[in-house]
Design a protein around this ligand. Structure first.
Ligand SMILES: C[S@@+](CC[C@H](N)C(=O)[O-])C[C@H]1O[C@@H](n2cnc3c(N)ncnc32)[C@H](O)[C@@H]1O
Length: 354
């Protein structure tokens, strides 16, 4: 598998090397085409000997002038170089290709929602509800399709689950580096998706058992995703709509990873209340979320486009802190973590016996 194994990589920022190849629209589009046509694979297979433009043209099924244009763009973007008249992948791009799943996921996501930015950015800023009603972004994340296991629902649900799973694969490390999951025995991950976050937590904490609460079809696909993983036996799924179906209780850790931003303030407060009830006395609540996208320091790179569209969703942690204080939380803490954008890690303890 041509993917760096984040399960052993401690460097929480190592994967950010993909940004250099996804930060600008024209180069990103050229790279996306090179990946989807097999041109990058051909160059990988060729290794240090490289290959000719004619060979690439044949493999990628591109017109002669087309391949010349594409190779020119890839050269300008630092993906390929020419050595002795043959084309090779640059060392920097080879390093980024170790995170190919992430690179492809971020390019794919940004291109999927590009029409939203192009056609509906004004609507987004003017009328968030109208944007939600007809955006590709919200069409992609259709939770109403996550109940019945029809083949079309499975296909469409896995499409976005694959994306969230890849993002979590690389985002989890920064949380694991700052929070000791080994203090806990029973974790509940609300909206835990494919179980990737729970899997990494269980891997870091060998005595931890986890429950992933999510919508029925998401749980079904999550169980399939985890099959064969060493931690799978320690992770159970709790299918249902957690707004209405009661969650199990007695956990010493309840987590929300990239979940609360999906909900307006009033619902986010209710989710925190729900999580608090699932916590045993002395247990901890952990929120790991993107914060607002910082734009004053510079124009965000192309691959951050989807996050620009979440302008009304990503929030500062104040609402969480105020709600948790009102619930009687102790030992509140907030940490800000710089990845491709700012993340926040909020933790709080429920009073009572440990
Ligand atoms: C933005 S995704 C985040 C997934 C995952 N925690 C991550 O970080 O990649 C939100 C998750 O919440 C789940 N979800 C949404 N509404 C839900 C509900 N009412 N009950 C349970 N899960 C829900 C979705 O199916 C999805 O897996």
């Amino acid at each position: 598998m041509n993917v760096a194994d984040p399960r052993v990589a401690d460097d929480e920022r190592a994967h950010l090397c993909v940004d250099a190849f996804a930060d600008e629209l024209v180069s990103a589009r050229a790279l996306h085409t090179a990946l989807e046509t097999g041109l990058i694979d051909e160059l990988l297979d060729a290794g240090p000997d490289g290959c000719t433009g004619a060979r690439l043209s044949e493999r990628a099924g591109l017109h002669g002038r087309g391949v010349a244009m594409l190779v020119g763009l890839l050269r300008a973007g630092g993906v390929v170089a020419e050595a002795d008249g043959r084309l090779v992948l640059t060392d920097a791009f080879r390093r980024a290709l170790a995170y190919r799943d992430l690179l492809e996921a971020r390019l794919g996501f940004a291109f999927d929602v590009l029409p939203d930015f192009h056609d509906r950015f004004t609507t987004l800023l003017r009328d968030p509800d109208a944007f939600m009603g007809d955006s590709r972004l919200f069409e992609l994340f259709r939770y109403d399709r996550c109940f019945e296991p029809f083949p079309e629902n499975r296909r469409l649900t896995w499409r976005w689950m694959e994306l969230t799973t890849v993002l979590t694969r690389y985002e989890a490390r920064a949380c694991l580096n700052r929070y000791d999951f080994g203090r806990h025995r029973r974790m509940l991950d609300i909206g835990g998706n494919s179980g990737e976050f729970a899997r990494q937590a269980c891997r870091a904490a060998p005595r931890l058992q986890a429950t992933v609460a999510d919508l029925p079809l998401v749980c079904e696909l999550g169980a399939e995703y985890l099959r064969g993983e060493a931690e799978a036996a320690r992770i159970g799924f709790h299918p249902g709509d957690a707004r209405f179906d009661p969650l199990p209780a007695g956990y010493d850790l309840v987590t929300f990873k990239s979940f609360l931003h999906d909900w307006p303030d009033s619902d986010a407060r209710l989710w925190l209340q729900t999580a608090w009830e699932a916590l045993a006395p002395g247990g901890c609540l952990l929120i790991y979320e993107r914060g607002p996208l910082e734009v004053s320091a510079g124009v965000p790179g192309f691959s951050l486009l989807p996050h620009l569209l979440f302008v009304h969703a990503y929030r500062e942690p104040d609402l969480y802190l105020d709600t948790l204080r009102a619930l009687g939380a102790e030992d509140l803490s907030v940490r800000h973590i710089a990845l491709e954008m700012s993340f926040q890690l909020v933790t709080a303890r429920k009073g009572g016996a440990r």
